[in-house]
Design a protein around this ligand. Structure first.
Ligand code: PLP
Length: 390
C-alpha cells in the first residue's frame, strides 16, 4: 500500500458521503426509505436545456478541448443573467470564472487566498464543503454562530476586534443551507462595510438564489455597493435549473479573486465540455418559467411538510428560502440519535444538524425533495411513532 500524504490524512470523511452511505445501506435491507437527507433535486432538467445539450453534442466543433477559461458565450450569458436578475454589471472577461459546480469554487477560493494558519470565518451551522478548502489550505476556522434568535444571521457585534483583524476570508450563504433563512440587502450592506474595514474577502454562496418563499425574492450579495471590491459570489446551476449532475456553475465579482481562481484551474482542469456550457448558457438566458414552477413546487411541498409534521405533534418552523426545513429535535435526543431513530423506526432519512457544525446540534435538516404523497406518508409514520405530545 502507498503511504498517504499528510494532506490526505488531515481530511475527515466527507459528511454527505457518510450520510448517503448510511441511507443506502438501510434501503438495501429492503426498507421503503423516504429520503429527505441529501440535497439532490428530484426534478428533471427543463426540456429546452436538454435539447440544447443534444444539439451542441452533435456538433463536432464542441468535441475538443474548450478554451481554458471556458466559453465566452457562457461567461456572457452569466453576465447577462446577473444584469437581468439583479441589475449587477459584470465584465465577462475579468469578473466571471467558470466552475465545475459551486463546490469547486468553494474549495478553490481558500486554496487561492490563504496561507497556512490564516483565519477564516465560517457560518455554524453551514454547508460542510466550506471546511474542505480551509482544511486543505491548513488554515484556521473560526465559527460564526447562526442562531434562531438572530434569524440565523451572524451577529457581527459578537466578533471580537482581534478576530476581525485576523480574519482573511468569510463564507456566507443565503438563502441558507441548512437553516432555510434568508438575508436582506441591509445585511449584505453591513457585511460589505465590515469586510472593507477589516480587509476580509467575502465568499457568498448563492446556491439557492432562485428559491424564496412567501414572495421573498433572494438578494444577491453583489447588489450591495462595493461588494465587488471585497468579494465574490458563487452561483451554481445545480439547484436553480435542476442540473446537479451536470457540474456547472460560476464565480462572479472581485477581479483579483477571479483571476486567482482561473490560474488555479488552469493547473487543474482545461474546461468543461463545450456542449454543457452551451446548454448552461441557454438555461441562464432562455425561458425562465421553469423557475416559477420550481418555486411553486417547493412552496407547496413546504406547506404539506409543515402542516403534516405539525399535525403529527412536531413543533416545526417553515423555511423562508432554499429547499430545506430545519427542524428542532425533541428532548432526550441528540441530532444524530434522532436521525438514526427516524431511519430505524420510520424509515425516514434526514441529515443530523450536528453534521453542519456545533450550532447545528439540536436540529435535523429535511430537504423538500420528495413528492407530496411521500411527505404525507412521512408525516403519518411520524404520527404513528407517538413521540410528540399533542
Ligand atoms: N452550496 C450549498 C449551500 C449547497 O447546498 C450545495 C449543494 O448541495 C452547493 C453549494 C454545491 O452545489 P454544486 O457543487 O452542485 O454546484
Amino acid at each position: 500500500e502507498f503511504i498517504q500524504s499528510d494532506l490526505l490524512k488531515s481530511l475527515p470523511d466527507q459528511f454527505f458521503v457518510s450520510l448517503v452511505k448510511k441511507i443506502a445501506s438501510h434501503a438495501a435491507k429492503g426498507h421503503d426509505v423516504i429520503n429527505f437527507g441529501q440535497g439532490n433535486p428530484d426534478q428533471p432538467t427543463p426540456g429546452h436545456i436538454i435539447h440544447k445539450l443534444k444539439e451542441a453534442a452533435e456538433m463536432p466543433g464542441n468535441h475538443g478541448y474548450s478554451p481554458f477559461r471556458g466559453l465566452q458565450s457562457f461567461r456572457e450569458a452569466a453576465a447577462g443573467f446577473y444584469f437581468r436578475e439583479y441589475d449587477v454589471e459584470l465584465d465577462p472577461e475579468t469578473e466571471i470564472a467558470v466552475l465545475f459546480g459551486g463546490k469547486a469554487g468553494l474549495v478553490e477560493a481558500p486554496l487561492c487566498l490563504l496561507n497556512p494558519g490564516d483565519t477564516v470565518l465560517v457560518p455554524d451551522p453551514g454547508y460542510p464543503d466550506y471546511w474542505s478548502g480551509v482544511a486543505m489550505a491548513n488554515a484556521k476556522m473560526e465559527m460564526m454562530p447562526l442562531l434562531e434568535e438572530n434569524d440565523f444571521l451572524p451577529d457581527y457585534g459578537k466578533l471580537s476586534d482581534d478576530l476581525l483583524a485576523a480574519a482573511r476570508l468569510m463564507f456566507l450563504n443565503y438563502p441558507n443551507n441548512p437553516t432555510g433563512a434568508v438575508a436582506s440587502r441591509e445585511f449584505f450592506d453591513e457585511t460589505v462595510e465590515l469586510a472593507c474595514k477589516n480587509e476580509i474577502c467575502v465568499v457568498h454562496d448563492f446556491a439557492y438564489g432562485a428559491i424564496g418563499f412567501d414572495s421573498h425574492r433572494p438578494v444577491s450579495f453583489l447588489e450591495s455597493p462595493g461588494a465587488k471590491e471585497i468579494g465574490i459570489e458563487i452561483y451554481t446551476l445545480s439547484k436553480t435549473y435542476c442540473m446537479a449532475g451536470w457540474r456547472i456553475g460560476f464565480a462572479a465579482g472581485n477581479k483579483s479573486v477571479i483571476q486567482a481562481i482561473n490560474l488555479f484551474q488552469d493547473h487543474l482542469y482545461v474546461s468543461l465540455f463545450g456542449a454543457v456550457q452551451k446548454a448552461a448558457a441557454e438555461a441562464l438566458s432562455g425561458p425562465q418559467d421553469c423557475l416559477v414552477e420550481l418555486n411553486r413546487l417547493y412552496e407547496s411541498r413546504r406547506k404539506v411538510l409543515i402542516d403534516g409534521f405539525r399535525k403529527a405533534g412536531w413543533d416545526v418552523e417553515a423555511p423562508k428560502g432554499s429547499f430545506f426545513a430545519w427542524l428542532k429535535v425533541p428532548d432526550g435526543f441528540t441530532s444524530e440519535q434522532f436521525s438514526d431513530y427516524l431511519l430505524e423506526n420510520a424509515h425516514i432519512a434526514v441529515a443530523p444538524g450536528s453534521g453542519f457544525g456545533p450550532c447545528g446540534e439540536g436540529y435535523v435538516r429535511a430537504g423538500l425533495l420528495v413528492p407530496e404523497d411521500r411527505i404525507k406518508e412521512a408525516a403519518a409514520r411520524i404520527e404513528k411513532l407517538g413521540i410528540f405530545k399533542k
